[in-house]
Design a protein around this ligand. Sequence first.
Ligand SMILES: Cc1cc2nc3c(=O)[nH]c(=O)nc-3n(C[C@H](O)[C@H](O)[C@H](O)COP(=O)(O)OP(=O)(O)OC[C@H]3O[C@@H](n4cnc5c(N)ncnc54)[C@H](O)[C@@H]3O)c2cc1C
Length: 317
Amino acid sequence: MRLAPDDDFTLELELDELVSADPSATLAGKLAAQLGATPAELPPLEIRKRSLDARHGRVRFHVVVGAAGRAPLGGEPVREGSGPPVVIVGGGPAGLFCAYELARAAIPAVIVDRGKPVQARRRDLKGLTQHGRVDPDSNYCYGEGGAGTYSDGKLYTRSHKRGDVRDVIEILAIHGAPDDILIDARPHIGSNKLPRVITALRQTLASVGSTIEFGARAVDLVIGGRDGRERRAIGVRLADGRELTGRAVVIATGHSARSTRSRSSTGSSTAAPPGTRSCRRPRTGSPTRPTAAASSPSACVRAAGWCRPRPSRAGWW
Ligand SMILES: Cc1cc2nc3c(=O)[nH]c(=O)nc-3n(C[C@H](O)[C@H](O)[C@H](O)COP(=O)(O)OP(=O)(O)OC[C@H]3O[C@@H](n4cnc5c(N)ncnc54)[C@H](O)[C@@H]3O)c2cc1C
């Protein structure tokens, strides 16, 4: 019996049926009964979704199954980039996934983050919780992986307008997150595993020429453009005085970066210059992917659905 690759079937299982020695036999038996076939007639099955239902004092699982063997995990692969990079400020989820999406379009990125690599952050958090020492650049909010990296790792959203959540989940899974996140209705990585996943994500980006600079706090935009006449963001100035330039700038500094955003009140730029994009946390995937034909990184990022210009009266820096 053939099942179409995208056909989903919902089954209800008691707890002991799901944790039995051979849950796939149980699934095949139940689905065969539902379809009026025998288990032997069915192709190999895979669980696509699993949710717990403990209402009315009875624990059972709702399981969605389908024919095994769908497309390999991870979606479109990243590719070696060339040409000037996109400068991304912030190595939280928004910045990292923006770089990943650009790498799928073979556009290199340089991420600058004021904090430290994800593993090194752990020491500073210990200093904070045990000795009350706050490192202004490396703490629960700042550093590789962004805010929340050392707090939890819940992956679900109640919003249905967040794009392709599955894409983000698959990228996390191929970078070492537990496979359970692919099927659980309430996926959760856990802060003990998340740092390893983020390190692996950084290594993937590095393998195609996208890099992360740590301890690199951006303090201003570099404005310029062709012929000296254009006025657009072409890079950032760092606290140590260096300037990093590229073909576009993405601001992905998250909610916690109030000091960054309130710089305008102390006399720097007062509005988002053309060419700057403010990036919120990844809207878990993209309805449309950037293609190699994307004419510019900003078009690519726009196509990816990650970033939306967000002019603010308060300015950017
Ligand atoms: C304690 C806590 C627990 C959370 N738990 C969860 C959860 O379980 N599940 C969930 O979905 N969400 C959770 N969140 C929310 C989630 O962490 C945020 O929504 C998400 O991190 C936002 O991503 P972002 O990339 O936009 O910004 P951020 O994660 O804030 O990343 C911004 C990055 O920019 C860097 N940065 C800031 N200013 C500068 C600068 N001037 N120069 C260079 N770098 C800069 C910072 O170091 C940081 O790495 C939690 C948040 C917190 C605080």
